[in-house]
Design a binder for this molecule. Structure first.
Ligand SMILES: *Cc1c(COP(=O)(O)O)cnc(C)c1O
Length: 361
């Protein structure tokens, strides 16, 4: 298996999905599986579906089209609110989309009608994080118009927090979403079936709340794949945090000074670097760099320390491990690093614990 590579443990992912699904169901929450971090990888997506996830959500149409073509049978939800220019593709390739703009909704309606499709709509409400969302005071007007658009079916409302502004999905925010739901249902005499309260950052709210109000859906990516919630990035008890392992190879191992010598100018990152002089040290170079992975987001599992990186190299302090040329170093990845690594053509994706009998492919 060529290096660098990322080992993807399907058994661990399956376990995480099952556990999360079971946990969230105890208080009436359905989990929508978010596949953007895995770039819509059909083999991994199949594990989600096999373990009871009914809606797969992705921010990229390309990923959704890929999973569909591979025959992964689920409802597909587009997470990033659709571009006006992509309206026809959105209607043709997805079942549900999150929306905030009337202009876009009208365009979706136009193509849904033209192509004899009913496209489902979840309207996103702004609750303070300041990424996508309709201001609560605008909701009535937009809902009124959406209900008149043919080819569209308004199935719910949702909100997204902890993304741009880092705003916590607490009881106040979730209650507000429930109140808006009740208000809209009454005012327009409709039933909203999906009330989507957020993402992996809603974990503590879920754990500490007795009554979740009308919220009955969460869109979960990070917790499934990394076993963490995303408010404080703490591990969720009972989940695997090591379903993904980045593996890189040592290409140089030498004893060298700990401080660069000569006249110091900018380095490859445009910075004037500072290093402490600790005398001679055992150093090693790995055949992986910024071009392959967001180096700031990876943590070695062995007793080595990342000193720095350029586009194709990572330099490590090898004092404690004494790795030789040809040895490997294993890393954990955070969300950002995983996103980049899984979408990098330079990194081999190595599926492990693949069970043919359990596959839906
Ligand atoms: C990415 C994304 C999610 C999933 O977030 P996780 O933290 O990975 O659970 C949910 N909703 C929206 C709108 C997203 O863009």
């Amino acid at each position: 298996m060529s290096l660098p590579r990322i080992d993807i443990d399907l058994r661990k992912i399956a376990h995480n999905v099952k556990q999360l699904k079971r946990l969230y169901r105890t208080k009436g929450i359905y989990v929508t599986g978010v596949t953007k971090v895995i770039g819509g990888n059909p083999i991994i997506a199949a594990v989600l579906v096999k373990n009871g996830i009914e809606i797969l959500a992705d921010s990229r149409l390309e990923n959704i089209i890929k999973m569909r073509r591979k025959g992964i049978s689920a409802q597909y939800l587009l997470l990033r609110t659709p571009s006006l220019s992509l309206a026809e593709k959105v209607v043709n390739h997805t079942d549900i989309s999150l929306n905030t703009e009337l202009t876009v909704l009208k365009e979706l309606s136009k193509y849904a009608l033209r192509n004899h499709i009913v496209h489902k709509i979840i309207l996103m409400v702004e609750l303070g994080d300041l990424r996508e969302g309709i201001m609560p005071l605008e909701m009535d007007n937009i809902v009124k118009e959406v209900l008149e658009l043919k080819g569209l079916l308004l199935i719910g409302i949702g909100t997204n927090l902890t993304c741009f502004g880092g705003i916590k999905p607490d009881t106040d925010k979730m209650n507000e979403l429930s109140l808006i739901t009740i208000h809209l249902e009454k005012k327009f005499n409709i039933i909203l079936t999906i009330i989507s309260g957020g993402n992996s950052a809603n974990f503590f709210w879920f754990k500490t709340s007795k009554n979740l109000g009308r919220v009955n859906n969460l869109r979960i990516g990070e917790s499934i794949f990394l076993g963490t919630e995303s408010l404080c990035r703490s591990a969720i008890l009972g989940l695997f945090g090591d379903a993904f392992t980045l593996v890189a190879e040592v290409i140089e191992s030498k004893i060298k000074p700990s401080q660069p010598y000569g006249v110091v100018y900018q380095n490859v990152n445009g910075k004037i670097p500072k290093f402490k002089d600790d005398g001679l040290m055992r150093r090693a170079i790995l055949a992986i760099g910024q071009q392959d992975v967001a180096v700031a987001g990876i943590t070695p599992r062995q007793n080595v320390f990342v000193l720095g990186a350029s586009s194709d190299h990572i330099v490590i302090d090898n004092t404690k491990s004494n790795l030789r040329v040809g040895d490997i170093v294993e890393f954990d990845l955070n969300y950002n690093a995983l996103l980049g690594a899984l979408n990098s053509s330079y990194i081999t994706k190595n599926i492990i614990n693949f069970n043919e009998r359990e596959s839906v492919l």
